[in-house]
Every structure is written in C-alpha cells, then in structure tokens.
Design a protein around this ligand. Structure first.
Ligand code: PLP
Length: 360
C-alpha cells in the first residue's frame, strides 16, 4: 500500500523493520523500549543519540536546546506565547493557512497577537511579498507556519521580524527534516513528529537557550521550556517509544546522506506530481501559486468534481490510500513526506493519467 496520509503518515520500511527486530528485546537488554525506565541508562542512551543525530542533521548550534515534548504541535500554540512573552506584549502572526490561524487564536489568550497578513480571503494559495508587510516594530516574535499541511503552501525563504530584537518562530510540523534549514534564522522551531520523523505523541522544539526562562506566571509546568531543558526532556515520563522511533528515523536520514540528499529526493517526487497536474490541460488543478508549492503536501482538484469519489475509490483499489483532501477544502491531497518512495508518486501519476484518459 502507498499511504498518502497527511499524518500520522508513512514511515520508512527499513525503520519499521528495525523496530520490529528489536521490539521484544532491545539490543540484548531483554526489554522492549516500551518497558524501560526513562531514567535507566538504556533509555538515556536512546534519547541522547536521538538528540545528537537530530543536531547533526539540522546542524543545530550549541546555543540551542532540543526538547522532546508531548501534546503535539497544538500545545505549542500556547507554549510559545507563554514562554516568549508577557500578557501585554505584542507579537506578529503571518497566517498562510488554518494551522497558522489556530496558532494565532490560541495566542490571543496569552498576549496581544496581531495578524500581519492573512491569506484566507484568497483561500490560502500564497505567501505574501515580505517587502510590503507591516510588521510591528516592538513584536517579541513573528510566527509563521513553514508549511501549511492542508493547503500545501510552503515558505521557500523566511521573513525577518519587524523588531530587530524580535525572533522568528516557525511551526515546521509538516516539513521538518524534509530539507536543510538554517536554524540560526529562528529563535524557535517546533514540529509534531507524525509526518516526517516518527509516530504521533512526540513534539520536537528547538529553541535558542537565551530565550528560555522567561515564562508567564500562569505557565503550567509541562509547558515551561526551562523545566524541560534543565531536565533533558526527562522531567516527567516522556513518550519513550515515540522518541526511540524518531531516533531510528534520524539515523536513517543521516545514512541517506543528510538533509541535502533528502531534499533532492523530495524535489524530484514533488516535481513529478506537479508536472502531471500542470500537464493535464486542466483535468487536474493545483490552486497554489507555483513559487510556494509544498514539497510535502500536494492538494489538487478535478475539473469534473463529480468524479472525485470515483477517483478515490479507484485509487484505493490500486492500493493508494488516504488521498482525500482535508474536509475543509475538499478535492484531493497527496502527502508525499520523506518516507514516500518515488515509486509511490510514479504509480499515482500513472493512475491519474489513466483515469483522465478514461474520463476526459
Ligand atoms: N501544525 C501543522 C502544520 C500541522 O500539520 C498539524 C497537524 O497536522 C498541527 C500543527 C497540529 O499538530 P498536532 O495534531 O500534533 O497537535
């Protein structure tokens, strides 16, 4: 089966086989990773290696902390303002899709966020030109969603905050580790694991250390970056098995040659699919502006929308599943994360061509 789900999503087969081979007995310990104490030396070695490999992959500088947390990216919508500003502080949100909008709405409970641009009226098909943006000169941070999973809009370069002392914050849930990123351009990056790097239940935060330790008074202990950083993500029981799986994925990405190589593969896959859409003479259509089309999530509609149900049914018969677009936009969406092989995209494209020939 080729699984085009937006997340939880397909994981590399070799990683799953490796996990299977050590499911009952992790490296001679006689225990499954699920059964280990998070304070024992075995699990410590697992989380330390996961962190070291992620640092190597993204070239994370020493002055940034890497945290393995719970609560998904959604919890970060609150954690970010609670840790980075006080109730009266201004912060900027650039909204290029519904995840950015959700982040903004959550921030309203904890500070004074301002939407500096909102793509909603155009159905979220683009990213604005950074030149014309009216950014707040005093904003503590500027928040973006680096890849809007539902609409398939991806930043290819990044805006600079209006405040020279402000920082850029990015939700990278759906393009994390899909390409190299200059971490130093950001004060904070967060990402739910369940798209490119592991099972759901782990959320990774990469945050500049000097930004830690200024939480609002009401911040729950579980949302306080300082608590997690001081305890190396082991303040309470972490999602041990999920962290272990992320570690196996990081190892695999390094073995593939690192994120430059991974990006090349992702560009190739996305290119094959977008070309097929663009060359279909309007039978298929991707509404997103070409310059910001996502390498990870490819939304498309059928000119004859009445054929959508049949498209999905036929695709499923051919063992291509989860191609239905998000309920808020309809149409189709092919999520082609790191673990989707080129063969999966080629099979989809070949199916799309056959379907068009049958129905054009
Ligand atoms: N941000 C983005 C870009 C997402 O795609 C998602 C989920 O799919 C979320 C946030 C929410 O993540 P979670 O379900 O882990 O809270």
């Amino acid at each position: 089966v080729f699984n085009f789900a937006a997340g939880p999503a397909t994981l590399p087969e070799n990683v799953l086989l490796k996990a299977q081979s050590e499911l009952y007995n992790w490296r001679g310990s006689g225990m499954s990773v699920m059964e280990m104490s998070h304070r024992g030396k075995d699990f410590r070695s697992i989380i330390e290696k996961a962190e070291a490999d992620l640092r190597a992959l993204l070239d994370v500088p020493e002055d940034y902390a890497v945290l393995f947390l719970q609560g998904g990216a959604t919890t970060q919508f609150a954690s970010v303002p609670l840790n980075l500003c006080q109730p009266d502080d201004t912060v900027d949100y650039l909204v290029t899709g519904s995840w950015g909008d959700k982040a903004f709405k959550e921030a309203k409970k904890y500070c004074k966020p301002k939407v500096v641009w909102n793509g909603k009226s155009e159905n979220y098909v683009r990213v604005p030109s950074f030149d014309g943006l009216e950014l707040s000169p005093n904003a503590k941070y500027l928040h973006i969603c680096a890849n809007e999973t539902i609409y398939g809009v991806e930043f290819k370069n990044y805006p600079v905050p209006g405040n020279p002392n402000g920082i850029l914050v990015a939700d990278m849930s759906s393009n994390f580790c899909s390409k190299p990123v200059d971490v130093t351009k950001f004060g904070l990056i967060y990402a739910g694991a369940q798209k490119n790097v592991g099972p759901s239940g782990v959320c990774i935060v990469i945050v500049r250390k000097d930004l830690i330790g200024n939480t609002q008074e009401i911040t729950p202990v579980m949302l306080d970056y300082k608590i997690h950083a001081d305890n190396n993500s082991l303040y309470n029981t972490p999602p041990c098995y999920g962290i272990y799986m992320c570690g196996l994925v990081f190892e695999d990405l390094l073995e593939q040659g690192g994120l430059k190589e991974v990006e090349k593969k992702n560009e190739k896959k996305a290119g094959v699919l977008y070309n097929a859409i663009d060359e279909s003479k309007g039978f298929y259509r991707c509404p997103v502006e070409k310059s910001v089309r996502s390498l990870m999530n490819v939304p498309f509609t059928l000119e004859k929308s009445e054929l959508e149900a049949e498209f999905l049914k036929e695709a499923e018969k051919e063992k291509m599943v989860q191609l239905k677009g998000h309920r808020s936009v309809g149409g189709m969406r092919a999520s082609i994360y790191n673990a989707m092989p080129l063969a999966g995209v080629e099979k989809l494209v070949s199916f799309m061509k056959d379907f068009q020939a049958k129905h054009a």
